[in-house]
Design a protein around this ligand. Structure first.
Ligand SMILES: O=c1ccn([C@H]2C[C@H](O)[C@@H](COP(=O)(O)OP(=O)(O)OP(=O)(O)O)O2)c(=O)[nH]1
Ligand SMILES: [Mg+2]
Length: 155
């Protein structure tokens, strides 16, 4: 696949590590928190919008990227995304931003983030963009029909 253009917006990334896969088969690249100073995310506080310090131009309608929590931080510490999943469009050329949210309940300690911390990850995904045929009735029968939301049971 052709290389995706990437612009470094924060020179500190050159020291922290340019966007890269952390292992031979890692699916996502880790994002560094491009902060000026450490921040504390208090439980229940609104998410903080933090730059990942670079911009992309995927320029391919068949491509997009998702901003996801890192499993360890999300599961153990409660650091997740305020938008749950961030979507980066292939025509977006601004800084990759991460909505960092402490999902823990009241009375728990704040989550501390320091400049350069790897605090989220970016997963590239293929995108399908079908055209739509507006119809009055669906042409083909469907075994499921309108059944959803647990209609097939639990066991
Ligand atoms: O976590 C995120 C989510 C979005 N974006 C950027 C890239 C994305 O392409 C753009 C728009 O995102 P989205 O379409 O999800 O948000 P919107 O609220 O619909 O904004 P817009 O009206 O600009 O499409 O914002 C980020 O940098 N980080
Ligand atoms: Mg949008």
């Amino acid at each position: 696949m052709p290389a995706v253009e990437l612009k470094i917006l924060d020179e500190r990334l050159r020291g922290w590590g340019l966007p890269r896969y952390q292992s031979a088969m890692a699916a996502a690249i880790d994002l560094h928190a491009c902060l000026e100073a450490p921040v504390e995310l208090a439980p229940g506080a609104p998410p903080a919008l933090i730059s990942a310090g670079f911009a992309l131009h995927m320029a391919d309608p068949g491509l997009a990227a998702l901003v996801l929590p890192r499993s360890g931080l999300g599961h153990r510490q409660g650091l997740v995304m305020g938008n749950l999943v961030g979507l980066i469009d292939p025509d977006y050329t601004g800084p990759i931003m991460v909505s960092a949210w402490n999902r823990n309940g009241p009375g728990t300690p704040p989550i501390r983030l320091a400049p350069g911390d790897r605090f989220a990850q970016l997963l590239f995904v293929p995108v399908l963009r079908p055209d739509f045929a507006v119809v009055e009735e669906f042409t083909a029968p469907s075994e499921r029909g309108a059944g959803g939301f647990g209609s097939t049971g639990h066991r």
